[in-house]
Design a protein around this ligand. Structure first.
Ligand code: DP6
Length: 324
């Protein structure tokens, strides 16, 4: 068997969302996106190849899984590297609370780094970003820390993430509000595909996502939290409006999501700079300055339990770690 390599990658939250594919198999997005990598949520993944195996084995948090996307990424790596053996992949998700924040972004970024090393490849970060993309689009960005842009490109070679600012020196924070959904969720893969093929607003999304990206990059450079937050909030709402306008329509919002959104808007009317964003699920992520977290937390505590509120800051890119 080969040497075992372990990589750690953190999740990222998009401020300008990726929501639609130009190419389903290569995962080429319809628009460029921009995210912030977070420090509190990460995945550790170990990989080795072994000639005793007759298939790949994937264990997540101690439980054996069937995951065709993991096998897909390993198959691609075998093709690039000439490695013929199957692999053992063991992953641990580290999230401070169990509910709904484990992410495919950190998972596929960590897998790409650990598996490429185990296969004897020394891929640079651009190549790692492209490989992670083949597992899950949002993973493209988790190779880097801080603010990251996924440049959509038009084919496999041109679609990858670039770091905008990896070490921020800026006390920007995200408060995750964990909201438990009982409703069966629509995967992002299925949701975005339905939106692209049925929403009458998709052209408007593509046009304004491009404008939002330019505007938010300028606001980030200027360290203008109010602009960054407002652009992110509006962009997220446009993405969720696409879902409402799809056929059949769907939504990730739960009553708790709307409640958290209202609390943020109320705080804003009281002069506190805070903004929200939501992905393909009911959890709300609040963008704010570190100094304001306590007042925002106490406003949320009237409706949510403290254990469901997690404060995160900017996090680093994917890296190899010693086997834990
Ligand atoms: C709403 O990366 O989960 O979080 O590429 O099909 O695996 P696949 O989708 P995924 O979609 C993420 C969508 C989003 C927005 C974003 O992260 O940009």
């Amino acid at each position: 068997r080969t040497e075992k390599y372990t990589a750690r990658a953190h999740t990222n939250i998009a401020l300008i969302k990726y929501w639609g594919k130009l190419d389903q198999d290569l995962i080429i997005p319809m628009n460029s996106s921009l995210s912030l990598t977070l420090d509190k949520f990460y995945t550790d993944t170990s990989v080795f190849f072994d000639s005793d195996l007759d298939q790949d084995s994937f264990i997540l948090d101690g439980v054996r899984q069937q995951n065709t996307k993991v096998t897909h990424v390993l198959d691609l790596l075998r093709r690039f590297s000439g490695e013929k053996r199957f692999a053992v992949v063991e992953s641990f998700n580290h999230v401070p609370s169990a509910a709904g924040l484990a992410s495919s972004a950190s998972a596929f970024a960590a897998l790409s780094l650990a598996a490429s090393k185990a296969a004897g490849l020394n891929l640079d970060r651009r190549a790692l970003s492209r490989l992670a993309r083949r597992g899950s689009g949002s993973a493209t960005r988790s190779i880097y820390g801080g603010f990251v842009e996924w440049q959509q490109g038009h084919d496999d070679a041109s679609s990858y993430a670039v770091p905008l600012e990896e070490n921020l020196g800026w006390n920007i924070c995200m408060i995750a509000v964990v909201i438990n959904a009982k409703q069966k969720k629509i995967s992002s893969r299925v949701g975005m595909q339905r939106v692209v093929s049925t929403s009458p607003y998709y052209e408007g999304w593509k046009k304004t996502a491009k404008e939002d990206l330019i505007a938010i990059k300028r606001a980030i450079k200027q360290r203008n939290l109010e602009r960054v937050g407002m652009i992110a909030e509006e962009n997220a709402l446009k993405m969720h409006a696409l879902n409402l306008s799809a056929r059949p329509h769907f939504s990730y919002f739960e009553p708790g999501s709307l409640l958290a959104m209202k609390i943020v808007e109320n705080l804003r009317s009281e002069g506190i700079s805070c903004y929200y964003t939501l992905d393909a699920g009911p959890n709300v992520k609040i963008i704010c300055a570190k100094k304001d977290t306590e007042v925002i937390l106490s406003a949320l505590e009237s409706s949510f339990s403290r254990k469901d509120l997690i404060v995160a800051g900017p996090g680093p890119g994917a890296e190899l770690i010693d086997n834990p």
